[in-house]
Design a binder for this molecule. Structure first.
Ligand SMILES: [Zn+2]
Length: 295
C-alpha cells in the first residue's frame, strides 16, 4: 500500500507533532480484507503522531487517498448486513435527534452509506435520501435489500450542484487519510443552514486511555482519531457551528460481541441462533456524535 510521511499536522498545519503510538502493521502487506467494518482482529494499528496544538492524532506515515479509495472499492463485507437490526437501533437514536433539529424532513446525503441501513431508516422517516459508498459489493447489497440506488464512489462522484438539508458521516472520518479537505468537499453539498451529523471515536475518552493499545477502535481501517479539542478545531475550519454533542451508544447482539473475542463461535449454529436473540446496548462513552450547522 502506498504511503506518505507527514512533517506537520494535517488538520491545523502545526509543526509541533510528536510520536503517540508505535504501530504494529506493515502497510505493504495490507489487503481489502483488513479493512472490513466487521474486522475483529483488534490491536493492529498504524504508527500515530499527535499534534501538540490541536491534539489531532493521525497515522504517520499515512496511506494515500488513492490507495485507500482503491482498497475500499474492492472491499467485501458479507457480515455487515447480518447486524442490520442492531445497527438500525443506533441509527434510530440519531434520527430522533435529527427530527428535533430540522422542522421538516428534507433531503439527506449519507456519505459512506455501507449497505444502506441508515438511508433506509431515514427514508421511512420521510427524508429524500441519497448516498455514496465506495464498496461495489455494499452498493449492490443496498440495492438488493432496500431498493436503494447508492452512487458508487465518494462525494466527488455526486453532481456538483446537488445540495442537501442534512449530510451524515457516521463512523466515516476516522477512515479518511486527510479528513479536512475531504470534509470541505463534503460540506460544499450542504444547503445554507444545513446540518452535518458526525460520529467518530474519541481518543481522549476514559475507555481509550484505560485500554491503551487494546482499545477496540485501534484497527487497520482507522487512520486518524479526534477528541473534543480537535473536533472543535475541525468544525471552526469548516465554518460550522456545533449545535450539540452526545456520547454515541452501540447496540449489538450478544453473538456479534462474542465473535469479536471468539471468532470460531460463528461455526456453532444452535448457539449462534440463541446469542443473536439477545440484544446488548454498550455505552463506553468513547465516541462522539456531533450535530453542526453550516454558517
Ligand atoms: Zn494540529
Amino acid at each position: 500500500m502506498e504511503t506518505v510521511s507527514r512533517t506537520c499536522c494535517p488538520l491545523c498545519g502545526s509543526i509541533h507533532i510528536h510520536p503517540f503510538r508505535r504501530g504494529t502493521l506493515n502497510p505493504d502487506l495490507l489487503s481489502p480484507e483488513d479493512f472490513r467494518i466487521t474486522d475483529n482482529r483488534y490491536g493492529s494499528l498504524w504508527s500515530f503522531d499527535r499534534c501538540g496544538d490541536c491534539r489531532f492524532v493521525f497515522a504517520n506515515p499515512a496511506p494515500t487517498d488513492q490507495s485507500l479509495a482503491d482498497l475500499y472499492a474492492a472491499l467485501e463485507d458479507g457480515d455487515y448486513g447480518a447486524e442490520a437490526e442492531n445497527r438500525g437501533r443506533n441509527f434510530k437514536v440519531i434520527l430522533n435527534r435529527l427530527n428535533k433539529i430540522v422542522a421538516e424532513p428534507g433531503s439527506l446525503l449519507d456519505v459512506g452509506a455501507a449497505s444502506g441501513i441508515f438511508m433506509h431508516l431515514a427514508r421511512e422517516r420521510g427524508f429524500q435520501v441519497q448516498g455514496v459508498e465506495p464498496s461495489v459489493q455494499l452498493v449492490r447489497e443496498a440495492r438488493e435489500r432496500y431498493g436503494l440506488g447508492i452512487i458508487p464512489g465518494t462525494v466527488d462522484n455526486l453532481p456538483p450542484a446537488s445540495t442537501f438539508q442534512v449530510i451524515s458521516c457516521l463512523d466515516l472520518i476516522e477512515h479518511l487519510a486527510d479528513p479536512l479537505p475531504q470534509l470541505q468537499r463534503i460540506t460544499t453539498h450542504l444547503k445554507p443552514g444545513g446540518i452535518l451529523v458526525l460520529v467518530t471515536p474519541d481518543i481522549r475518552s476514559l475507555a481509550a486511555r484505560v485500554a491503551g493499545r487494546r482499545w477496540w477502535h485501534y484497527r487497520t481501517a482507522h487512520v486518524n482519531f479526534f477528541s473534543r479539542p480537535s473536533l472543535e478545531r475541525l468544525m471552526s475550519l469548516l465554518d460550522m457551528e456545533i449545535l450539540s454533542q452526545h456520547r454515541y451508544a452501540w447496540h449489538f447482539s450478544l453473538f456479534y460481541l462474542m465473535t469479536r473475542i471468539w471468532p470460531s463461535l460463528g461455526k456453532r449454529p444452535t448457539l449462534q441462533r440463541f446469542l443473536k436473540r439477545i440484544n446488548c446496548k454498550i455505552q463506553l462513552l468513547d465516541s462522539w456524535e456531533i450535530y453542526a450547522r453550516k454558517n
